[in-house]
Design a protein around this ligand. Structure first.
Ligand SMILES: Cc1ncc(COP(=O)(O)O)c(C=O)c1O
Length: 433
């Protein structure tokens, strides 16, 4: 269980989220079901922006919508006056659909097409983060044709090794993202400065995800500011903006650090303190700071409810509980062996007596949600909850095996509402000719 009071055990011995009984939710909406505590998300947003304001006074938190993107969450993000970052036209259209201010939208991606860029520029997105040399020419040409000057950041790679799973590290020198800090980045910066249709506002980096080591962010900050100073010396440019990306870790299982609001505030304090000291040391203009957390805003806010199905006990080897979900709505174990906590939502205080592997219903042996889970003896039909599924679950869902993407429900202060309808078989078949 996490430390932010999102989850409680009620008098019926059931799991409760945001004041609503999970067994009630499972019956009302069916399973599998994504459930989010909205108050939790709002609290994290407030804590982040407030800490940034107090500690640095110049900057914005921009929610990484890849972690969870639907209209409802973007309305919440907008109501908190945060920015949003998007990596596709689909995410961008979702933000525009809830009237997100385009100047608060940042458009990322390592392979934005000409059409993507044209759509973004036509819709006046605040910043495009360029990640390829030829992308500069496309942005320049489109901006000239439309008659605007497009504000840009360039994604660079400070080469910081973050302590996280290999596949979600993005700032190694061999990453598919960004230009390595040094001659490679200097060349692309020079080119950007020469083009009339764009205005280069600064640089962006993102060193990875699910990071608990504050030191990684401190080193990245220092490297970025050293590079800002070098650019200032060599090219006489003082950048206005510094975007340090996202990546703060969350609590998934008992091998992770427990996180709470003050842990996240602490991340920001460490970054801003390093930043202030470094600016002072190298004497450059104080840049507007953008941070792009995704996982830490929505991850622990979300849980997924399932109904236990067939139970397979292989004597002296393994006990499987098959659930009515799987890798189609949570592919993270299959992708990178992500770990989760699982609870028996109807019998929270009952002692654990068995060890289970929670398996999905897809035709893949790797379709597992969690291994070595201690639970009371589970019966078919019982409700199980997998915790901390708010980030990169709904957004990575697929129709593998022609399964349906489940509904998303929001809860707040004892009330629940449907935020995204579950797919129907009609939805599934409607594009097939
Ligand atoms: C450019 C960028 N910004 C922000 C994020 C969000 O990271 P996280 O969800 O770990 O906070 C990512 C995630 O991959 C990213 O690539």
């Amino acid at each position: 269980m996490n430390e932010r009071d999102t989850l409680k055990i009620n008098k019926q011995n059931h799991l409760e989220i945001g004041g609503v009984d999970c067994v009630f939710l499972a019956k009302k909406y069916g399973t599998p079901l994504y459930v989010y505590d909205k108050a939790y998300i709002e609290n994290v947003c407030d804590a982040y922006q407030k800490t940034l304001n107090v500690e640095y006074g110049l900057g914005k938190i921009s929610f990484a919508s890849k972690s969870f993107c639907c209209k409802d969450i973007l309305r919440t993000i907008k109501s908190k006056d945060l920015g949003v970052d998007v990596v596709s036209i689909g995410e961008l259209k979702t933000a525009l659909a809830v009237n997100f201010s385009p100047e608060n939208i940042i458009f990322h991606g390592n392979n934005k097409s000409y059409k993507d860029l044209e759509f973004a520029i036509q819709n006046k997105v605040g910043l495009i983060v360029v990640d390829a040399y030829s992308e500069l020419d496309d942005v320049n040409e489109i901006a000239n044709r439309i008659g605007v000057i497009q504000n840009l950041l360039i994604r660079v790679n400070p080469g910081v090794e973050a302590h996280t799973h290999h596949y979600i590290q993005t700032a190694n020198p061999d990453s598919k993202f960004g230009f390595s800090i040094g001659i490679e980045a200097i060349n692309v910066i020079k080119k950007a400065l020469d083009l009339k249709g764009l205005s280069l506002k600064g640089l962006h980096c993102h060193i990875g995800s699910q990071i608990f080591e504050e030191k990684s962010f401190e080193i990245a900050t220092e490297k970025m500011i050293d590079f800002y100073a070098l650019i200032n010396n060599q090219l006489g440019v003082d950048f206005d903006i510094l975007d340090l990306g996202g990546g703060f870790g969350i609590y998934y299982y008992d091998g992770d650090k427990k996180m709470n609001l003050s842990s996240y505030q602490n991340f920001i304090k460490k970054i801003t303190t390093t930043l202030k000291n470094k600016i002072e040391q190298v004497k450059i203009k104080k840049p507007y700071l953008i941070l792009e957390p995704g996982r830490s805003i929505v991850g622990e806010a979300g849980i997924t409810l399932y109904t236990a199905g067939r139970i397979k006990e292989i004597k002296d080897l393994k006990n499987y509980i098959a659930i009515d979900g799987g890798m189609f709505e949570n592919p993270r174990f299959a992708l990178y062996q992500a770990k989760y906590s699982v609870v028996a939502a109807e019998r929270m205080n009952n002692p654990a007596t068995k060890t289970y592997t929670i398996a999905g219903k897809c035709c893949e042996s790797g379709d597992i949600i969690a291994e070595n889970v201690s639970l009371p003896e589970i019966k078919e039909g019982e409700i199980l909850a997998v915790l901390s599924t708010g980030a990169y679950n709904y957004s990575m869902a697929s129709n593998y095996n022609r399964n349906l993407v489940p509904a998303v429900v929001m809860v707040k202060d004892g009330l629940d509402y449907l935020a995204v309808k579950g797919q129907t078989y009609e939805d599934l078949l409607k594009n097939d000719l």
